[in-house]
Write a protein that binds this ligand. Sequence first.
Ligand code: SF4
Length: 95
Amino acid sequence: MHPSGRLYPCGQTMNDPDLALGSLAAPDWRKNGLLGREALTGPHCAGCPLAGRCPGECPSRLRYNGPQGRALACAMLRALAQPLAAHGENAHASA
Ligand code: SF4
């Protein structure tokens, strides 16, 4: 909630009119869930050791950091997954 009483899905979205959820006095939930539609996917997903269990990225960062932010998040996750693949661990196995 913004100090003015306006509502947003998270602190990073404050003052984004596309995601505003009305105010504390008059909530408007029609846009609730829009932020959650942001998803980290890319052309490398099918062959990635994290396919099917990728933690993705913060929806707000995906929304505001643009294509470079998406590429960076994906590259970091794939780098973290490399030791799993290198050691033959099944990244798809349940914990
Ligand atoms: S790390 Fe990147 S390539 Fe791998 S599953 Fe996640 S989004 Fe796809």
